[in-house]
Design a protein around this ligand. Structure first.
Ligand code: IPM
Ligand code: MG
Length: 367
């Protein structure tokens, strides 16, 4: 049983299927060398599922995910589905329900920029001579994304109002604080908790709970607090002052995109969304996806950067299958390939760029 890795593959739209295909080859290589077998099935999600089955997250896709120990996700969305009502669009109708259904409360986004790729960052090279190495831990199933009530209503005076509810429980804050602490322990033992405690009641609770939690449970970790507006500024000014950037759902959505751009190409950025429940192997169930989206402008051309999808597969091995060793092999192969100058167009900077296939072959060759 344990020598078989059972996961569901949801390639989605745009470049999703292209980069997924080569990520699976990488997984196949590294796991077969380690004597493991892959057991996966592929299902439609997002726009592809709207086209084939009329909904972005069909019941059959959800069922396949329930039967697996992890989900390897591509990307969803694209111009074709942009004019659907918001609640039916691929991003909202596939990703958010998946997060809620599996209580994927912990979003881990590494912000990594190799020094060789400094040109890819919009920041001045002298601010980040060694590149960037931070990680964002974002709460993913609470806050204003999911708080009830949500409503749009007509008022007696003829006006219209809409509302979202931002709500956090102490227990939700504690469980994500634990994830931030664990991340810090494997890194520089520093956590910056980001909130808006000068305005929001939820942030006042967040700050109090986080302060007490780290003081009691992890005194060896250095904790500091930052308001979200300042954090946005500090990320652009001096990103490596952060080790673990830790925050609630909507602030994390915004800051993780900023982190993405200062780290250069979105084609390099992976993520893990970890669940509250363990899989059959006793590891967290999780969904693993690249941060870059479907890139409709280059879809179908075989030139997309596969690294983010490959690195997402590495995170799946690390978190949901407990194989940190295999994850490190993949990460090292990707890094060495990029450093040796084999690069897709998004990270080539005027030098010759290679296809998705050639990039994947170079990575496979280093495994
Ligand atoms: C993300 C995305 C999603 C979010 C969208 C697509 C719903 O921006 O994963 O960061 O807002 O969480
Ligand atoms: Mg986002």
């Amino acid at each position: 049983m344990e020598d078989t890795l059972k996961f569901t593959v949801l390639p989605g739209d745009g470049i999703g299927p292209e980069v997924m295909a080569v990520a699976l080859e990488v997984l196949e290589k590294v796991t077969s060398d380690a004597g493991l077998k892959l057991d996966y099935s592929t299902h439609d999600v997002g726009g592809a599922a709207i086209d084939s089955q009329g909904s972005a997250l069909p019941a059959s896709t959800l069922k396949a995910c329930e039967a697996a120990d992890a989900i390897l996700f591509g990307s969803v969305g694209g111009p074709k589905w942009e004019n659907l009502p918001p609640a039916e669009q691929p991003e909202r109708a596939a990703l958010l329900p998946l997060r809620k259904h599996f209580t994927l409360f912990a979003n881990v986004r590494p912000g990594l920029l190799y020094p060789e790729l400094l040109d890819a960052s919009p920041l001045k090279a002298e601010r980040i001579p060694e590149g960037i190495d931070i990680v964002c831990i974002r709460e993913l199933t609470g806050g204003i994304y999911f708080g009830q009530p949500k409503a749009t209503r007509d008022l007696p005076d003829g006006d219209i109002e809409a509302l979202d509810t931002m709500i956090y429980r102490k227990s939700e804050i504690l469980r994500i604080a634990e994830v931030a602490a664990q991340a810090a322990l494997t890194r520089g033992k520093r956590v910056t908790s980001v909130d808006k405690a000068n305005v929001l009641t939820t942030s006042v609770l967040w700050r109090k709970v986080v302060t007490e939690f780290f003081a009691e449970k992890y005194p060896e970790i250095t904790l500091n607090h930052m308001y979200v507006d300042n954090a946005a500024m500090q990320l652009a000014r001096s990103p490596n002052q952060f080790d673990v950037l830790f925050t609630e759902n909507m602030f994390g959505d915004i800051l993780s995109d900023e982190m993405g751009i200062i780290c250069g190409s979105l084609g390099m950025l992976c993520s893990a969304s970890l669940g509250a429940h363990n899989n059959r192997l006793g590891h967290p169930f999780g969904l693993y996806e690249p941060a870059g989206g479907t890139a409709p402008d280059i879809a179908g051309q075989g030139i997309a950067n596969p690294c983010a999808q490959i690195l997402s597969a590495a995170l799946m091995l690390r978190y949901s299958f407990g194989r940190d060793d295999l994850a490190k092999q993949i990460e090292a192969a990707v890094k060495a390939t990029v450093q040796a100058g084999t690069r897709t167009g998004d990270i080539a900077f005027g030098t010759d760029s290679v296809s998705t296939r050639a990039m994947a072959d170079a990575i496979l060759g280093r495994l």
